[in-house]
Write a protein of this length. Sequence first.
Length: 444
Amino acid sequence: MIRRSWPVATRQPCPVASVLVAVVAAALSIASIATPAAADRTVSVQPPTTTIALGATFTLVVNVDDANHVAGFQLDISYDESLVSLNRVDPGTLVAGVSGWSFQYNYVILGTRPGLKSVRVLACNVGANELTGGTGSLAIYAFAASGSNSGMTPVYLDNIALSNGVGQSLPAVGADGSVIVFAPSSGALSGQVRERGTSTNIAGANIEARIGAVLRGSATTGANGVYSMPKLAPGTYVVTARTAGYLTQTKANVSVTQGATSYVNFNLDKLCLTGQVRQAGTTTNLAGATVVAYLGSTTTPGATGTTDVNGIYQISALAAGTYTVVASKANYVKQTKPGIAVTAGVVTYVNFSLQPSGKLKGQVKDKASGAPLIGATVVARRDGIIRATATTIAPWGVYEIASDLPAGTYVVGASTTGYLGQTRKDIVVTAGATTYVNFSLQPQ
């Protein structure tokens, strides 16, 4: 860890600094609110977008739109160190040279931005004297595009905490920035985004270009649906187009070459049905869940979607009508929502909360010989209703019911041709656990 401090006239302990530590947790929850309240202050990276040549130096500042009553602050910024490096951090115009202000920064690693370098600034007035208002900068960051790569790095603002002279938190939200580093050997991406079937130009669509998981460039389509992404490093990209009301589309293996423009067009399907799938009782997003829209009942599938890492699914190309929508995932109890109306040209939102499922597992064998019985049927009932079934498989006559069993007490039975059936009562199934139930069937 490298630590530098801005020298001040006094070196006495800073009372606001100790209070800041105590209020960070509360301030972080406030800073994460997506839509700021009227009283919230905005802390932002300026300029929002910087385009710089490889090898050049540049400056970013972090501004606050209302400094009134501020007597201490904490800021974290994160960036891709393979593209840019930080030379130093200086106090902003609001605090530079102002009596009593202590200012320091640290290189830290924060888990909120994996793969990025993070720098924390902590500043306070040792006499707890508050600023009197106005707009200005809190910190000034001197960077260099000193890496060997060109591309784009987001500059994220996280863990923003502002406090007044008595240590009370001042609500604030952050506005991130970005830096585009280009080299003479850069290429470019361009193209057009339209609606499939009508060829209507789509304005305001967001286009992202990534190498692996790293975002290297982004653009927004204009009124004619056209986007342009200049100054991209040569390489092979995954390019994604997304916008509200349409199915996200991704194109892989897009080659960008030195001194040339690669053209990638998109035809987006109208989005009909979307939503989020989470674990019941939590905010855990469930990736890889399957969502099926059945027309009318659950016998005629209309279309299928799969959730992404955020638990979001998208389904397009549904005819207007009433659907039964079912969400399922291994080790969870599927959830069914009937009577979902889909209207042409309107996006319908349906969310799901899936309960973790318990498992039933065991073996079915011949009581007399001990030989495994292949193809036997195992049925789990609760309150007289069949909840799940399974069939024993070769070579050991084992079965497994891995989903659709909420926690509870079951009656489990096994049967097969030529044998007397066997029933086991009071079988307790626990969410997230496996219950083992074996059967030995008597030949008839």
